[in-house]
Design a protein around this ligand. Structure first.
Ligand code: PHE
Length: 447
């Protein structure tokens, strides 16, 4: 059998998993979801789902992936003769293509904004003017469609040549840089006139805002942001080495991921209130606000270009991880060449992504259950498919998988009493807390 590729260094493991987790989910999706669902209350519930439910389920995906060294479908086949569990693999494949489709539309927006930044937003700097520019771009059909296809094409080139290693190396530099410039923008935002109001909105939870819908959205956000519930982390951890500490990797990944989302919130909300905008503006929120923020900074063109370029690269390391789910499946299970597998994956996303791109223009009136295709793909994948996948994975590892495998994978070699306690808590969360919490949210949120 061919020996499976492995991540070379521990930093490589962290950089790629964080590269998958950190992306538009943190900087674009978190602020607009928090803005639409009560700010602080949303953040609080999101944190609960990330650390109490998410981290254990991340560990569960890591256990499955590293133990079997296999793709989503192959992993379950290797672990259980019961075919029903294999459905988790198919659900993951389906969810990955759905997410890749709408995600590429927004990644395409970041490419447009790199271009716009270089051209100084056509000399427009008023808040209204910049909003108008976003609207006329997003509703124009051809440009968003073109960027979506261009973004997916870049993914194709990288994936089919198997040059993700280059991206991995690049993320080692880009991610810390992204981090540094987020901090610069935070400092800029907290000196804005309505900073206090923005920060209160984000950090002081108003419990009267909590409703089943808010809880469902916060749970979806936690899963989306951690790249969790669709087997992405099963696929990535199949490349982990035996001595990669799973629990620690899960903890570091969740913490950095959360930090980036919170920093994005600290940048956005003071500006939202300073410019008198509506926090519940939806998917366009961040793209309307950011240029207004930059236009008030010295060297605005440089900051703006750099930021959208880094956001584009962060999106790329996330979409590569989404595609890898399908590509590993098609090459391992169906013996396809990497090139053919990539074409199938990317071509499907181009068709579906193209339709999502038009959701803001010509297909704006085409709705299913009151949602445009773009919103529907986002809602169904994040709020339903990923949590269902996460629940199934936690039940599988908590109840079905041999306990000795779970303990062996989770326990580091020279294990202290504290790490034993941590391992026991993760197992407890997988057996009881995660499945029960997710089930309750569904019962209350969807009925
Ligand atoms: N976690 C990524 C982000 O926050 C999105 C993602 C979802 C990546 C699912 C892979 C799988 O942008």
């Amino acid at each position: 059998m061919k020996k499976r590729a492995q991540f070379a260094t521990r930093l490589g493991v962290i950089a790629t998993t964080v590269g998958s987790a950190v992306g538009l989910g943190n900087i674009w999706r978190f602020p607009f979801e928090a803005g639409a669902h009560g700010g602080g209350a949303f953040l609080l519930i999101d944190l609960f789902f990330i650390f109490v439910v998410g981290v254990p389920v991340v560990c569960a995906e890591f256990i499955i992936g590293r133990h079997t060294g296999s793709n989503v479908r192959g992993a379950f086949r290797a672990l259980t003769p019961n075919k029903a569990w294999g459905a988790i693999g198919y659900l993951g494949l389906f969810a990955s293509v759905m997410i890749l489709s709408f995600y590429s539309v927004v990644a395409g927006w970041t490419m447009e904004y790199v271009y716009q930044s270089l051209s100084g937003f056509g000399g427009v700097s008023s808040v209204e003017g910049l909003h108008g520019r976003f609207d006329s771009f997003a509703t124009s059909d051809w440009r968003p469609l073109g960027w979506t296809i261009a973004f997916l094409f870049i993914n194709y080139v990288i994936l089919s040549r198997g040059v993700e290693k280059g991206i991995e190396k690049m993320s080692n530099v880009m991610m810390p840089l992204l981090f540094v410039i987020l901090i610069v923008f935070c400092v800029n935002s907290i000196t804005m006139p309505a900073a206090g109001k923005g920060l209160r909105f984000l950090f002081s939870p108003d419990f009267s805002e909590i409703s089943p819908k808010v809880v469902l959205s916060a749970m979806g956000q936690a899963f989306f942001s951690l790249s969790l519930g669709l087997g992405c982390l099963i696929t990535y951890s199949s490349y982990f080495k035996r001595d990669t500490p799973l629990l620690r990797t899960a903890g570091v990944m969740a913490s950095l991921d959360t930090l980036v989302a919170v920093l994005a919130g600290v940048i956005i909300f003071p500006a939202v209130f300073t410019f008198g905008m509506e926090p519940a503006a939806g998917p366009k929120l961040v793209f309307e606000i950011l240029p207004s923020i930059f236009s008030r900074m010295p060297l605005s063109m440089m900051w703006s270009t750099l930021f959208f370029l880094l956001l584009f690269l962060a999106s790329l390391s996330s979409t590569i991880s989404m595609s890898e789910i399908c590509i590993a499946y098609l090459t391992d299970e169906h013996g396809m060449s990497r090139r053919k597998a990539t074409i199938i994956n990317i071509a499907t996303a181009m068709i579906l992504g193209g339709l999502c791109a038009l959701s803001f223009g010509s297909l704006g009136d085409f709705t299913i259950c009151g949602m445009t295709l773009f919103n529907l793909f986002d809602y169904v994948s994040s709020n339903i498919l990923l949590p269902v996948g996460g629940m199934a994975i936690s039940i599988f590892v908590g109840w079905v998988l041999d306990k000795s495998i779970v303990r062996r994978e989770l326990t580091p070699t020279n294990c202290s009493a504290i790490s034993r306690l941590m391992v026991a808590s993760v197992i407890f969360c997988l057996r009881y807390v995660a499945p029960v919490c997710i089930a309750l949210v569904f019962i209350y949120g969807l009925l």
